[in-house]
Design a protein around this ligand. Structure first.
Ligand code: NCD
Length: 317
């Protein structure tokens, strides 16, 4: 449907999102991916608009690529230096957001450690809000960039077997990917130890595997996740060495997947914990660098699409 218009004001999560909205963002991102390979990358479509990035959790890829995406589209981008902000003086998240809202930004991009924090802000500010990861809840632009990488490598998403492996319980990346991949018709398998993959994940429509052999069998895509120790309160695993032995991606485990399976990881990677270092560096099989590249394109598409109505109104005077 070529004339489909994006149906939401914000991008808070993939759950419940229309397949046409997802495909619209992916198609737009495809064009930006091509554009980003040119030497001259600067466009002016967001000229005069202000983008504020508020990252309350650490980030390399997501923060840099949102900033770069805004700049490549010509927006004025600014990032709140959280560690030296008034949050440290006891200001609440909502008061901080309302303060920034009074500066009249056109887009706010937020990462926060609490699930639901981004929605709270979106409900209380005037501009479009993009979720750059909230707690264990969702990380929608990560799922979109993963989908774009899969489309590039495999030409489609529908019908592919995607194994998402590791610390599913604490992963917003897993949750957003499960929703997106199922919406676009992939077969999703979740693989991990019972402590990090409780049975209720089956309710989302994916199958559950507690061993890599059955989880990876004939998989087209093997998506590895980081052990998110910062979200673990208590002992979820005997040791990381034991974890690597049973769930770390090694050649012998990867042999169960299709010979042309693509290996993915959202980063940051813990080499020797969830993935063998030479597999991570295998340029033919690994899609990890491409995921980062697609991240900029996807974020450009999101910024473009979410400000479209606003820009159209401004053009109409
Ligand atoms: C992920 C995140 O922050 O949720 N990283 C990312 O955005 N690339 C995954 C992780 O931290 O393990």
């Amino acid at each position: 449907m070529d004339d489909w218009r994006y149906s939401q004001k914000h991008l808070l999560g993939i759950e419940g999102m229309h397949a046409l909205d997802i495909n619209l963002l992916l198609d737009e991102a495809e064009v930006y991916a091509e554009h980003n390979r040119q030497t001259q990358k600067r466009k002016a479509i967001l000229k005069g608009l202000t983008q504020i990035n508020m990252f309350f959790e650490n980030s390399t890829r997501t923060l840099m690529s949102f900033d770069l995406a805004g700049k490549r589209l010509g927006a004025d981008t600014i990032s709140l230096p959280v560690s030296s902000s008034s949050i440290k003086k006891g200001e609440t998240l909502l008061d901080t957001a309302l303060t920034l809202n009074a500066m009249r930004p056109d887009v706010i991009v937020i990462r926060h450690g609490s699930s639901g924090a981004v929605k709270l802000i979106a409900d209380n500010v005037d501009c479009a809000v993009i979720n750059a990861g909230d707690g264990r809840h969702e990380h929608p632009t990560q799922a979109l960039l993963d989908a774009l990488t899969i489309r590039h490598r495999k030409g489609k998403i529908e019908g592919l077997i995607v194994a998402i492996c590791g610390d599913i319980l604490h992963s917003r990346v897993a949750r957003s990917n499960i929703h997106l991949l199922l919406t676009l018709g992939a077969i999703v398998r979740l693989v991990g130890p019972p402590t990090l993959l409780p049975p209720h994940f089956a309710d989302l429509g994916a199958s559950i595997h507690h061993d890599m052999e059955s989880g990876l069998k004939d998989a087209d895509i093997v998506m590895m996740l980081r052990l998110q120790q910062e979200r673990m309160d208590g002992a979820f695993l005997p040791s990381t060495r034991e974890y690597f032995r049973t769930f770390g991606l090694t050649d012998d485990k990867l042999a169960h997947a299709k010979p042309d399976a693509v290996i993915m990881h959202p980063g940051p990677m813990n080499r020797g914990v969830e993935i063998d270092t030479h597999i991570a560096d295998d340029l033919k099989r690994s899609g990890i660098a491409e995921q980062v590249e697609m991240g900029v394109a996807v974020r450009m598409a999101c910024l473009d699409v979410l400000t479209r109505d606003l820009r159209a109104e401004a053009a109409d005077g």
